[in-house]
Design a protein around this ligand. Structure first.
Ligand SMILES: *[C@@H]1O[C@H](CO)[C@@H](O)[C@H](O)[C@H]1NC(C)=O
Ligand SMILES: *[C@@H]1O[C@H](CO)[C@@H](O)[C@H](O)[C@H]1NC(C)=O
Ligand SMILES: *[C@@H]1O[C@H](CO)[C@@H](O)[C@H](O)[C@H]1NC(C)=O
Ligand SMILES: *[C@@H]1O[C@H](CO)[C@@H](O)[C@H](O)[C@H]1NC(C)=O
Ligand SMILES: *[C@@H]1O[C@H](CO)[C@@H](O)[C@H](O)[C@H]1NC(C)=O
Ligand SMILES: *[C@@H]1O[C@H](CO)[C@@H](O)[C@H](O)[C@H]1NC(C)=O
Ligand SMILES: *[C@@H]1O[C@H](CO)[C@@H](O)[C@H](O)[C@H]1NC(C)=O
Length: 525
C-alpha cells in the first residue's frame, strides 16, 4: 500500500521533472556535443539528485530506478536507444522488463526456440550506496560507501572517476563556459574484513595526476560504478560538488582547529544517559578543551542521552551524526566499518590525531607522562594501538553510607581489573594521524600510507573497558569486597581480579571539570 503510493508519487515526480524512466544512456554518444549537452546533463542530473535527496527514505530506496535527463536531450537519447534496441529484438516482454533496468540486450539472441521470459521483481541490493565524499588535498578524494557484496565479490566491477570543472574562459564574457573533464585513477579498499552481509564497505581513493579545482572555479567529482557485466551501463554518480571559491588549500595544512578528535562507532540500544554523561565528562577533560567528539547515532541516542550531551553540543565540542538510516542496508554490526571510515575522512584535517574506541572504554595515560608526550614522541609514528584493561562489571567495595555505590560513577565504583591470562588475545583500540590513513577499521587501520605503527605495552597509555555497563540501568555492583581487605586478589567465576584505582583517582578532577564546563547537573541521571 505504502509502496504503491510511493511509486505513484515517484511517477508523478518523474513527470514533473521531465525525468524519464527507462531510457538507455550511452555516454560516449555525447562526446561530440560534450561542451553543451554534457553540461546541461550534468546540471539536470544534479537537479534531480538534489530533489531525490529531499525525499523521505522510501523514495531513496527506489530512486535509482529513475533515470533523469533533461527533456530536450531525452528525446534524442530515447530515439537512439529505440534504434539500437530494434536492431536486435522487438520482443515486447524483453523490453518491458529489461528496459526498466537499462539493460543492454543487444547480445541476447531471441530469434529461435521458445523464448522464456525472466521477470525480475524488487531489488536485492543496490550497486552502490554513498555515505560521504571528502577531498584529501589538491588532487585526491576519498569516497566512502557500501557496495553490493555479491556484485563486488563475483564481478569485481571497475570504478572510474573524473573531475568535471567549470571554468569560464578569461577575456570574453557571460556564456563562454568551458567544461573540462579530467580522468582520475581509483584505488579500491574493502576495510571490513569480509564481515559484511548484503553489503561490503568500500573506500575509493580517486587520484589525479594534476591538481583539480584549485582554480576555485568549482566543479564536480564524478564516480562511475560498474556492474562488471556486459548488459548494464555504469552508474554515473556525482560524488562531490564544489561551488565557486569553495576550495581552500589552507585547510589541509596544520595547524588544525583541534588537538584531538574522537570518532565513535555506531551506537544503538538502550544506552544509559548517566553512563554517557560520565564518559563524556571524563574524555572532555582527558583530551582537553581543544578536542572534538563525533558520535554516530544508530538508534542509541534517545531523548535522555541527547539531553545529557546537549550542553556539549551547544559548546561546539560534540556532533551527533544521525546514521539511523544505515539499518536498512545490512552490512556488519550496524555498519560500524562504514561510519568509522566516514569519520576518518571527516576528522582528517580537524586535528593531528583521531581516536577510535567505544563509549564503554576510557583512555588513560599514566600520570608520569601526558597524552601529547606519548603521541608526539616519535614523529615517524602515525598509528598507535592501546592495550585493554578489562574491568569487572560487578565487583565493588562495600559501602555502608547512605545511597552508597548506587550514586557513584562507573569508574568510581568498578575498580577491579581482570588478571589477564597468558595466551589470550585482548582487543586493542587505536589512534591515527588521519591524514596518513587511506581507510580504517574498528581495532586498527591496515591502510596507513606513511609512517610506522606503535604497539606499546599498557604502562604509559591504555584503555579501561567497562564491558556490559553502557546499556545497564540497574545497579551493576553485585559482589562486594570488605574495605579492609580491598587489595586482596578476588576470585570470581574462576577469574582473578586485582584492585586498580588509577581511574578512581580521576573521579574528582572529572567532576570538577564537568561542573566548570557545563555547570551543575544532578548527581545521578
Ligand atoms: C551493448 O553491448 C554490445 C556488446 O557488448 C556493445 O558492443 C554495445 O556498445 C553496447 N551498447 C551500449 C549502448 O552500451
Ligand atoms: C581557508 O581556511 C582557513 C583555515 O580554516 C581560514 O582561516 C581561511 O579564512 C579560509 N580562507 C577562505 C578564503 O575562506
Ligand atoms: C601537529 O603536527 C604538527 C606537525 O607535525 C606539529 O607541528 C604540531 O605541534 C602538532 N599539533 C599538536 C597539537 O600536537
Ligand atoms: C607533556 O609532557 C611533555 C614532556 O614531559 C612536556 O614538555 C609538556 O609540557 C607536557 N604537556 C602538557 C600539556 O602538560
Ligand atoms: C624517521 O624516519 C626517517 C626516515 O626513514 C629516519 O631517517 C629517522 O631516523 C626516523 N626518526 C626516528 C625518530 O625514528
Ligand atoms: C579478609 O580476607 C581474609 C582472607 O581472604 C578473610 O579470611 C577475612 O575474613 C577477610 N576480612 C574481612 C574483614 O572481610
Ligand atoms: C578549559 O575549559 C574549562 C571549562 O570551560 C575552563 O575552566 C578551563 O580554564 C579551560 N582550560 C584551559 C587550559 O583553557
Amino acid at each position: 500500500m505504502m509502496k504503491d503510493m510511493a511509486r505513484a508519487r515517484e511517477k508523478m515526480w518523474a513527470k514533473e521533472l521531465g525525468c524519464q524512466a527507462a531510457i538507455k544512456f550511452h555516454s560516449t554518444a555525447c562526446s561530440d556535443v560534450r561542451v553543451n549537452m554534457v553540461y546541461t546533463l550534468v546540471l539536470a542530473l544534479g537537479f534531480c539528485f538534489l530533489i531525490v535527496q529531499t525525499f523521505p527514505l522510501r523514495r531513496m530506496e527506489t530512486s535509482s530506478q529513475i533515470w533523469c535527463s533533461d527533456s530536450s536531450s531525452g528525446i534524442s537519447l530515447q530515439a537512439e536507444a529505440a534504434a539500437s534496441a530494434s536492431s536486435t529484438s522487438n520482443n515486447p516482454l524483453l523490453s518491458e522488463f529489461l528496459l526498466h533496468e537499462k539493460i543492454n540486450s543487444s547480445t541476447i539472441d531471441l530469434s529461435h526456440g521458445d523464448v522464456r521470459v525472466f521477470k525480475p521483481h524488487g531489488m536485492a541490493a543496490h550497486l552502490f550506496i554513498e555515505m560521504g565524499t571528502y577531498r584529501g588535498g589538491p588532487r585526491t578524494f576519498s569516497i566512502v560507501g557500501l557496495a553490493s557484496k555479491p556484485v563486488d565479490s563475483f564481478h569485481n566491477p571497475p570504478y572510474e572517476c573524473e573531475w568535471v570543472s567549470s571554468s569560464s574562459s578569461t577575456g570574453s564574457s557571460d556564456d563562454e563556459e568551458m567544461v573540462v573533464v579530467k580522468k582520475g585513477e581509483v584505488h579500491k579498499i574493502l576495510p571490513d574484513w569480509n564481515y559484511g552481509k548484503l553489503y561490503s564497505v568500500v573506500v575509493l581513493t580517486c587520484k589525479f595526476k594534476e591538481d583539480v579545482g584549485t582554480d576555485k572555479q568549482g566543479g564536480e567529482l564524478i564516480l562511475y560504478a560498474s556492474y562488471g557485466d556486459l548488459y548494464r551501463q555504469p552508474e554515473r554518480i556525482v560524488a562531490l560538488r564544489e561551488v565557486k571559491d569553495e576550495y581552500n588549500a589552507t585547510v589541509f595544512q596544520p595547524p588544525y582547529p583541534y588537538d584531538y578528535v574522537y570518532c565513535g562507532s555506531s551506537i544503538y540500544g538502550d544506552v544509559s544517559p548517566q553512563r554517557m554523561r560520565e564518559w563524556m565528562a571524563y574524555h572532555a577533560n582527558f583530551f582537553g578543551n581543544r578536542s572534538y567528539f563525533i558520535f554516530h547515532d544508530s538508534g542509541g541516542f534517545h531523548d535522555d542521552v541527547r539531553k545529557v550531551l546537549e550542553p556539549w553540543v551547544k559548546q561546539g565540542r560534540v556532533t551527533i551524526q544521525n546514521t539511523r538510516q544505515q539499518e536498512i542496508y545490512d552490512g556488519y554490526y550496524h555498519n560500524q566499518f562504514l561510519v568509522v571510515n566516514d569519520c576518518l575522512f571527516r576528522s582528517r584535517f580537524l586535528a593531528n590525531w583521531t581516536f577510535f574506541f567505544d563509549v564503554d572504554e576510557y583512555i588513560f595515560v599514566d600520570p608520569s607522562t601526558n597524552l601529547s608526550a606519548v603521541l608526539e614522541g616519535d614523529k615517524n609514528i602515525t598509528q598507535i594501538t592501546f592495550e585493554q584493561v578489562p574491568i569487572s562489571n560487578e565487583i565493588c567495595i562495600k559501602d555502608k553510607s547512605k545511597n552508597g555505590y548506587s550514586r557513584k560513577w562507573i569508574f568510581e565504583k568498578l575498580v577491579y581489573r581482570k588478571v589477564l591470562k597468558k595466551g589470550v588475545r585482548y582487543d586493542r583500540k587505536y589512534a591515527v594521524q588521519a591524514k596518513y590513513a587511506e581507510a580504517t577499521g574498528v581495532h586498527m587501520s591496515m591502510n596507513m600510507l606513511e609512517g610506522k605503527n606503535l604497539y606499546p605495552k599498557g604502562d604509559k597509555i591504555r584503555y579501561y573497558h567497562y564491558h556490559d555497563t553502557i546499556d545497564k540501568r540497574s545497579e551493576v555492583c553485585k559482589h562486594f569486597v570488605a574495605p579492609v581487605n580491598k587489595t586482596e586478589v578476588v576470585t570470581l567465576r574462576r577469574h582473578y581480579f586485582r584492585i586498580d584505582e588509577s581511574m578512581f583517582a580521576l573521579v574528582a578532577p572529572t567532576k570538577q571539570y564537568e561542573f566548570k564546563a557545563i555547570g551543575n547537573l544532578p548527581t545521578i541521571i
